[in-house]
Structure formats: structure tokens, C-alpha cells
Design a protein around this ligand. Structure first.
Ligand code: SAH
Length: 292
């Protein structure tokens, strides 16, 4: 993978099956393999029919379904650009945008993975993490479920939290997050692992951040250990899904503190676990409400 401006086209090969031996794919222009539900998306920066054909021939249960050419910026939504949220400034490594005074810069190369900051849910999470941190300065351990590029985990670390455990089911996401963790010199504070959010929610955390699909979110909420967490930032939810999540939280005595939406489509919930709510004094509660 490269840190050069990926301004060129992406060549995407969509395969049924999982590539057992990816070694022949590696070489110039190979950007990564995104596997999902028994399908594989192979990303290259140049046409790579020969390499893909070789892999398909070698593995009888693999088949090429389709090929796409797409501009990198198109793949990443509005393009990968530097942006600021509160005191955080997130910029791709090829950006020469200056860090605003007083901001903390996070260098983020999203590659072909979700979490470039172009989606409103990512930005809402970045703001929410800062708000929670402003209210509760004692947040140490952070769990980022569905880390993608690692952006939220790095944000938490940049704000002084740690240790941070960044989890993603997808191997390419974990690889991308690890590269970003290294690039930011955060290896001692942020650990990226491949695993299921539903399982790793059992890890101890003061703050749980999850920008996930609704079904996965519901499984995370139902998992043992969920309600031990002090603070939650939950995103990736459409309006009706957010309502369903809020109802589940109420059943667990997890207090909904705030619900936000930038575009009226995607919702982000901030909530406080029962342990935290019980120990927080009335003045802290007032401060929180006044903060919004
Ligand atoms: N946290 C980033 C990326 C969110 S995209 C951001 O806020 O921008 C959601 C991520 O969740 C994807 O990278 C996807 O691979 C991952 N994911 C989906 N299901 C998962 C599961 N069951 N366990 C862990 N990660 C999962």
C-alpha cells in the first residue's frame, strides 16, 4: 500500500468465494482484499486481470463475478480531504493543509477502507468522543468496535485516552488501522485486532465507541459485559434503528444522554452506563446537560 495521492482509478474485481492463498495477488498496484459474507473484492491501482485469473484458476471454488473501474475519490464518497472536528484535525498523509492552531493532527490514509471521515457518522463520533471526554476526564480504556481505518481509536488516543482496543471483523480494515496507528506513533497506546464486535465487547472499557450496522449493534448491546461500560458513543443508525437502540438501552438502565443527527438520516447516541450514572454526582450531571 502506498501513501501517494491515490488519485487514479481503482480496479475492483468482485469474486464469489474467499481467496485461500492471496500471495499471487501481491505485487505492484495491489491495494487489498476486502472479504465479506463469502465474497471477495480485490482492489488494484492498475488492471490486473492476469493476477486475478491466475488466482481463480488455482482455486476451483472461486469465480469472478464482475469487474469495476472507479475513481478513488468516488469510492471514498466525497474524496479524501483534511477536515477538522473540534480540536481534532484529520488529514491524509499527502495533504499539505496546515494544522489549525491548538488542534491535534491525525494522519489517516484510509486506503479503500471505510472511515475516511467523509461519512457524517464518523464526524459525529469524533465530536461525541470529545464531548464525553470533556465531561469525564477520567476515561482511560476505550473500545472501538468496527474501527475501519482506525480513525475513532486514533482520535481517542490523540485526546489522551488509552489503552485503546480497536476491533474489526475485516482483515483489510485491521491492516489499514495498524498502518495508521504506526504512522501516528500510537503503537504503544492503540492495539488493532481482528475479531467480532459482539465478542470483544467483553473487554473492559470506560468508553465504548461503535459505528456499526444496526444488526451488529443490537448483538453488541445484547452481549454480556455491555452495560459495565461507563460511556457509550453509538452510531451508524437510521432514525427507526436509533429508536430501537434507545429502547434496548433503557431496558438495561443505560441512560441516553444525547441523540444527534447532522443530516436527519444518520443518528449518533451518547449514553451513560448504570455504574457511571450511579457514581456521578448531581453537579456532574448538570454540567453535562449544560454542555449541550
Ligand atoms: N469506525 C469507523 C469505521 C466504521 S465502518 C468510522 O466510524 O468511520 C464499520 C466497520 O465495522 C467496518 O470496517 C466493518 O468491517 C466493521 N464490522 C462490521 N461488522 C462487524 C462485526 N460484527 N465485528 C467487528 N467489526 C465489524
Amino acid at each position: 500500500m502506498t501513501s501517494a495521492v491515490p488519485s487514479d482509478d481503482l480496479f475492483i474485481y468482485y469474486l464469489a468465494g474467499r481467496v485461500a492463498d492471496p500471495a499471487p495477488l501481491h505485487g505492484p498496484g495491489f491495494l487489498g482484499n476486502w472479504e465479506e459474507d463469502g465474497f471477495s473484492f480485490l482492489f488494484f491501482s492498475a488492471p490486473s486481470d492476469d493476477r486475478v485469473t491466475a488466482v481463480v484458476r488455482a482455486q476451483p471454488d472461486l469465480s469472478l463475478i464482475d469487474r469495476y473501474i472507479m475513481r478513488y475519490d468516488e469510492w471514498q464518497g466525497d474524496g479524501v480531504v483534511a477536515f477538522g472536528v473540534g480540536e481534532l484535525f484529520v488529514a491524509p498523509p499527502w495533504s499539505d493543509a496546515a494544522t489549525p492552531p491548538g488542534s491535534r493532527r491525525i494522519s489517516l490514509d484510509p486506503g479503500v477502507v471505510f472511515g475516511a471521515g467523509t461519512h457524517p457518522t464518523t464526524r459525529e463520533c469524533l465530536a461525541a468522543i470529545q464531548d464525553v471526554r470533556a465531561v469525564d476526564g477520567r476515561i482511560g480504556r476505550v473500545l472501538d468496535l468496527g474501527t475501519g481505518t482506525g480513525v475513532l481509536a486514533l482520535a481517542a488516543a490523540a485526546l489522551g485516552c488509552g489503552p485503546v482496543l480497536a476491533v474489526d471483523l475485516n482483515g483489510l480494515a485491521v491492516e489499514t488501522a495498524r498502518r495508521n496507528i504506526r504512522a501516528n506513533g500510537m503503537g504503544a497506546r492503540v492495539l488493532a485486532v481482528q475479531g467480532r464486535a459482539e465478542t470483544l465487547v467483553a473487554a473492559e472499557a470506560d468508553l465504548l465507541v461503535a459505528n456499526l450496522h444496526h444488526e451488529v449493534m443490537m448483538a453488541v448491546i445484547a452481549a454480556a459485559g455491555f452495560r459495565r461500560v461507563r460511556w457509550f458513543v453509538l452510531s451508524g443508525l437510521l432514525r427507526s434503528q436509533a429508536r430501537e437502540v434507545a429502547e434496548s438501552l433503557a431496558r438495561l438502565s443505560v441512560r441516553l444522554v444525547d441523540q444527534r443527527t447532522e443530516d436527519g438520516v444518520w443518528f449518533t447516541l451518547i449514553a451513560q452506563g448504570p455504574a457511571s450514572a450511579a457514581s456521578a454526582g448531581a453537579s456532574r450531571q448538570r454540567r453535562w446537560v449544560a454542555g449541550f
